[in-house]
Structures are given as structure tokens and as C-alpha cells.
Design a protein around this ligand. Structure first.
Ligand code: ZN
Length: 130
């Protein structure tokens, strides 16, 4: 997006989360990146293939099988973005361990926002994470 808007923050628009040399666009960052794929696997979210984003979300939500998919996926994307920004702005290396620590802490708080019927399945899912 920065490149498209001609903002010269950096001359390197390749993904900082992996060493593939891939152009960092939203598809790569949130779906195609090896680092990101490890994250989705950890959360037991298997993205379906497809080009239509709405259909992709619907299909993946269905296969996830829990009503709190959108909340978990949104929190995950937020933490992917934060991990990416740490690499760019603080020169840190991507770290699955720090991502996991941060998201598990934040995602655990979601239980306080959920409707009562969602809480038990959410906690079961949370405890099932490796
Ligand atoms: Zn990448």
C-alpha cells in the first residue's frame, strides 16, 4: 500500500516475516507467507483456496467450526501486523514465540466479551492449542 501511494518509507517492499523475497501485499502477508501459515496452523484455521475474499472467509469460517472465528481471525491478523511492524520499525526478527505469547494473552481476554454459550467452547478450543 505504501508503494502504491508513493510513500518512500522504504525501498524494500519484500516480506519481512519470511525469507522468500516475496512482494509484501495483503495476500502474501496474511495468507501466503510461511510465517503466517505457521500461525494459522497453530490456531487450527485452514484457509480455503479461492479468489473471492468473502467466499474465502465464509468457507474458512465453516471449516473452523466455531462461532468465534471472526474474532479469532481478526485478533490473529492484528498480531501478524504488529509482528511485521516490529520487524520494520524496530529492526526485530520475526518471532513465532513472541507472537504466540502476545496473541494467547490477548485472545484469552475475548472470553469476557463473548455471549455465555460461546465461553465453554472457546475455552475448550483455547486449551486445545499446542
Ligand atoms: Zn512472507
Amino acid at each position: 500500500m505504501l508503494h502504491r501511494r508513493h510513500w518512500n518509507v522504504t525501498n524494500d517492499f519484500t516480506c519481512v516475516l519470511c525469507h522468500s523475497g516475496s512482494w509484501e501485499d495483503w495476500q502474501h502477508l496474511f495468507f501466503g507467507c510461511q510465517f503466517t501459515q505457521r500461525i494459522w496452523n497453530y490456531l487450527q484455521i485452514q484457509w480455503s483456496a479461492g479468489v473471492d475474499l468473502k467466499q474465502l472467509i465464509r468457507d474458512t469460517q465453516r471449516s473452523f467450526g466455531h462461532p468465534f472465528f471472526v474474532e479469532v481471525a481478526a485478533m490473529c491478523c492484528w498480531h501478524i501486523w504488529k509482528q511485521r511492524n516490529r520487524c520494520i520499525f524496530y529492526g526485530m526478527r520475526p518471532s513465532f514465540r513472541s507472537w504466540k505469547r502476545d496473541i494467547v494473552e490477548d485472545i484469552s481476554l475475548l472470553q469476557h466479551r463473548f455471549k455465555p454459550p460461546w465461553i465453554a467452547p472457546f475455552l475448550l478450543w483455547l486449551r486445545s492449542l499446542p
